[in-house]
Design a protein around this ligand. Structure first.
Ligand SMILES: Nc1nc2c(c(=O)[nH]1)N[C@H]1C(S)=C(S)[C@@H](COP(=O)(O)OP(=O)(O)OC[C@H]3O[C@@H](n4cnc5c(N)ncnc54)[C@H](O)[C@@H]3O)O[C@H]1N2
Ligand code: MOO
Length: 424
């Protein structure tokens, strides 16, 4: 019994529960998903730092230059009338009230630092963006805001100092559970003091490419063609952050049964063999496995023979088989409809959807949803050529698949209509 496209996607996104959480070293966490919210383990920055190369100064000008602080060094206290040369990112000495940028000051022959005339300091010397506390309170541990004695020199207190905790206070939530660990997330987590991250286990996927006619390399010859789905889905699955193994099996139900039954994967994806041809064994093998079909055919073009089954174990140890049709674009339709929502759920990622306006009319199917390869330009969506079920040429140029709901009596969606666009 066929399921509607929207229902099939919903089933795939809710049939599983997220995989258990574990703490994983940062170097292995990329692409995984946070199982808990991430809070800062320290203030960010952890101490007041200089935003510029120049001099940290205390009190009104001129200042006697007493030394130098580089990034990574612990400075000693500055008294009024003193300055130290300071590097960007270096810890600001306690007692310092502002940083004078190198291009705005000069040191005279006697070692006194002055604000350079015509330095335009007044024009540019804005206090740090949106300071949460006065610099005086942060750097000097004082509670009251002090008179900005430097103002007449165009150097208000706090100038070019990044106060402690400006970006985040210790304990503040930086990212919520369900966030994918991207390179930027790794950078932020490292800055915030993490060595490992609480993430959901990475789903394990076994990709099983079925078909006697498929060759793994070289030119197609005789009646054999190249396997297009193995390379495509391996790369795609890796990009989704899952662990993938690939095998190719012949059109033999015993081989297929053995591969699925012995796989430790959370999800086995088969390609081909879903239809009713003489060697289409997927249904029979699933029956032999005692699997329960939760999706068995979807009213979608292409991809209607796709299926999703679950078998074995408790809810915690449930395994899944997604049967994708063999026609390559139909297989992709199955991938975005049942595989990706299921893997997002297992990984702990929430489902998302993006809607864009059609730049051109797209024909509807009276009863089935259409998934149409489209390019996206200036946030509008244009259908592409070479998008038959057995073709990948259009898809390779596509930015997404537009979801065109069943038309009923309406033969086309007009330009300007909003459609969901699935990324590919
Ligand atoms: N009598 C019917 N015949 C078919 C129906 C139907 O409803 N009744 N549905 C058609 C549709 S729609 C599709 S899609 C396909 C689905 O077929 P299968 O899932 O059984 O896949 P196969 O028969 O194994 O292969 C179909 C087609 O795809 C090529 N293929 C398979 N795997 C790959 C691969 N890894 N790389 C490249 N190409 C692949 C295969 O050579 C066939 O040409 O069934 C229709 N028939
Ligand atoms: O799933 Mo088939 O034509 O709809 O490719």
């Amino acid at each position: 019994m066929s399921t509607s496209w929207a229902e099939a996607r919903k089933i795939a996104g809710t049939v599983a529960i997220p995989l258990p959480a574990a703490r994983v070293p940062m170097g292995q966490a990329r692409g995984m998903v946070l199982a808990e919210s991430l809070s800062a383990l320290v203030d960010l920055p952890p101490f007041a730092t200089s935003a510029m190369d120049g001099w940290a100064v205390a009190g009104p000008a001129a200042w006697k230059v007493t030394g130098r602080v580089l990034a990574g060094q612990e400075p000693s206290r500055l008294d009024d009338g003193e300055a130290v040369e300071i590097a960007t990112g270096a810890r600001v000495p306690s007692g310092a009230e502002a940083v004078l940028r190198r291009e705005r000051g000069f040191v005279d022959a006697h070692g006194w630092l002055h604000v350079a005339e015509n330095s335009e300091a007044h024009d540019h010397a804005a206090p740090v963006a949106a300071p949460q506390r006065s610099y005086a309170a942060v750097a000097n541990n004082a509670t009251a805001t002090r008179t900005p004695r430097g103002t007449e020199l165009g150097l208000p207190i706090g100038t070019d100092i990044r106060p402690q905790g400006q970006e985040s206070r210790r304990g503040e939530t930086l990212l919520s559970a369900g966030t994918r660990v991207t390179p930027a997330v790794l950078g932020l987590a490292a800055a915030a003091g993490y060595d490992d991250l609480p993430v959901h286990e990475r789903p394990r996927v076994a990709l099983v490419v079925i078909g006697d006619e498929l060759a793994g390399s070289g030119l197609p010859d005789g009646a054999r063609i190249r396997d297009a789905l193995g390379p495509m889905f391996t790369a795609w699955l890796e990009a989704l952050g899952v662990e993938v193994t690939v095998s190719r099996v012949a059109d033999d139900p015993r081989d297929l049964l053995a591969v699925i039954a012995s796989s430790p994967a959370d999800l086995v994806i088969t390609t081909g063999g879903t239809a009713r041809g003489p060697v289409d064994h997927v249904h029979r093998v699933l029956a032999d496995l005692g699997a329960r079909l939760v999706v068995d055919g979807v009213t979608v073009r292409p991809g209607h023979p796709m299926l999703l089954a679950q078998y074995g174990g408790s809810r915690q140890h449930r395994r899944f088989v997604a049967g994708l049709p063999g026609n390559p674009l139909a297989a992709v339709a199955g991938f975005v409809t049942v595989v990706r929502p299921l893997l997002r759920r297992l990984s702990g990622l929430p489902d998302t959807s993006h809607f864009l306006s059609l730049g051109d009319a797209v024909g509807t199917h009276p009863t089935d949803t259409r998934l149409v390869p489209v390019s996206v330009t200036d946030a509008s969506v244009l259908p592409l050529r070479f998008t038959g079920p057995a073709m990948l040429r259009g898809l390779a140029l596509a930015d997404g698949l537009a979801v065109v709901p069943p038309g009923g009596g309406v033969v086309a969606l007009g330009a300007g209509q909003r459609v969901e666009v699935l990324t590919v």
